[in-house]
Design a binder for this molecule. Structure first.
Ligand code: BG6
Length: 470
């Protein structure tokens, strides 16, 4: 739709940037922190692991000062559960509590809104040993953890994100990391884990509203619109199948209190329905988020299943993610979009389309918690980094977001991935996302000096102009 004028970004729009604890902090076994599943999972030998990462744990003051120079209005980071509760539950590690209090206060001192993810893939390993999310007791552990966070930081944090990309963890568990021996849970078990996470999330949302008078809380899912490969009705049905199973089924539960009807039939038909306790429905219906947080990277194009094993294929450029399911959908190519060098679809119009769909479905304001392009940035001899591809990517996506706002979508903010270079989930530092370059290689840590990339100065200007000039 064309408009005679575009609406402006809302006055208090949160121009931000994101990280997650395990990808940026390092200090994996310091100050009382216990190992998370990420610390102990198998890791490809050719890439940096997460033990030292970008050393943000020790350098957060320097990093937040740089964020403030960039003009950030918000910093989205995650709290490592293993720093707060080294045994997963029970004993509180005061050093961990103090650390995040300092991070929050440092943000506030610069007028940066802290946006806190409570759980970004890094379950305490000691809980994993007791069955992890397959064990219903993990719900209680997460609820206790959430209560500590709300009591400790509730007066200083407004925006809370419950669980990062629950849909990725459940649908593509290998993308996060492989347990020792490489054995992943069965799908039946994964959907039980999903159910437990949903209840844990509902309890956390309810607690947040009870304990934090100004708190706002929401799920942080990876959401994306799907295109049918053609106007064949079978392709449209397949695209809808996967959009429901990948996206809406995960957001419907926190917002509407129960699974999407198509997903329920899918679970029942395939014997995947999780064990539901009598009190579960009431628990799920008793809580509601204040906003939807979403990570958006690309769209998918979907065709009808061929009804045989050729429906399943690895995502282009990403062997850890298998797409397609016999009798449900098949991944197809989209000739109208470009791709990153890692094969990820670049689709700013798809961003606008996804924002519209999310808002139309949930009628809740949207906080974008990830969006960005991974690339092997090059540090020049003079300390500059010319990441024009990142500027182009972000420019197009910010423009698409403004169009979505003009379409009537209510937006809270935009926190692209990433505030500074982080260890990517499985391509180490060869695939960088930050506005700030961290000078280290996969194994040579050097001095980890920080350098502003061209995108840093560009985003600084975008924020100063409130998104009007890109
Ligand atoms: C998101 C995750 O799915 O994608 C981040 O929340 C991750 O943790 C990001 O880093 C980019 O993926 P990758 O595999 O390129 O690091």
């Amino acid at each position: 739709m064309k408009y005679s004028t575009l609406l402006d970004f809302p006055d208090r729009f949160l121009w931000g940037a994101s990280t997650s604890a395990y990808q940026v902090e390092g200090a994996w076994n310091e100050d009382g922190k216990s190992p998370s599943i990420i610390d102990l999972y198998e890791h490809p030998a050719e890439y940096a692991d997460f033990k030292i990462a970008s050393d943000h744990y020790h350098r957060f003051r320097e990093d937040i000062r740089l964020f403030s120079e960039m003009g950030l209005k918000a910093y989205r980071f995650s709290i490592a559960w293993t720093r707060i509760l080294p045994e997963g539950t029970g004993r509180v590690n005061q050093t961990g509590i103090n650390h995040y209090r300092e991070v929050i206060r440092e943000c506030r001192a610069y007028g940066i809104e802290p946006v806190v993810t409570m759980y970004h893939f890094d379950l305490p390993y000691c809980l994993e040993e007791k069955g992890g999310w397959s064990n219903r007791e993990t719900i209680d552990a997460f609820t206790a953890y959430a209560e500590i966070l709300f009591r400790e930081y509730g007066s200083e944090v407004t925006y809370w994100l419950t669980i990062n990309e629950q849909n990725t963890m459940i649908l593509h568990p290998g993308a996060i990391g492989l347990p020792k021996g490489g054995k992943l849970p069965s799908r039946k078990e994964l959907f039980l884990q999903n159910h437990h996470m949903m209840i844990a999330q509902a309890r956390a949302m309810k607690l947040c509203h009870a304990l934090c008078p100004n708190g706002k809380i929401g799920p942080a899912l990876n959401l994306t619109a799907m295109y049918p490969e053609s106007c064949r009705p079978e392709d449209a049905i397949a695209a809808h199948n996967w959009e429901v199973l990948r996206c809406w089924n995960f957001a419907d539960v926190p917002v509407f209190g129960w699974y999407h009807p198509l997903a329920v039939r899918y679970f029942e038909d395939r014997g995947l329905m999780p064990e539901v306790h009598p009190e579960d429905r009431a628990l799920l219906q008793d809580a509601r988020p204040d906003f939807i947080a979403m990570n958006y990277y690309s769209t998918a194009t979907i065709a009808a299943s061929r009804g045989d094993s050729s429906d399943v294929s690895a995502r282009s450029g990403d062997q850890q993610i298998m797409l397609g399911e016999e009798g449900v959908y098949r991944a197809a190519e989209n000739p109208h979009v470009s791709r990153t060098r890692y094969g990820w679809v670049i689709d700013p119009e798809g961003f606008r389309y996804t924002l519209r769909k999310v808002y139309e479905r949930y009628h809740l304001p949207i906080l974008v918690t990830e969006n960005g392009i991974g690339a092997p940035d090059v540090l020049e001899a003079d300390g500059s980094i010319h990441d024009s591809y990142r500027i182009e990517f972000l420019k197009q996506h910010i423009h698409a977001m403004r169009l979505a706002i003009t379409d009537g979508v209510r937006m809270i903010g935009y926190c692209p991935w990433a505030a500074l270079d982080v260890v990517s989930t499985h391509q180490g530092y060869q695939k960088r996302y930050g506005f700030i370059y961290v000078d280290r290689d996969e194994f040579n840590l050097k001095e980890m000096k920080r350098y502003e990339k061209d995108s840093f100065y560009w985003y600084q200007k975008v924020i100063a102009d409130h998104g009007t000039i890109l």
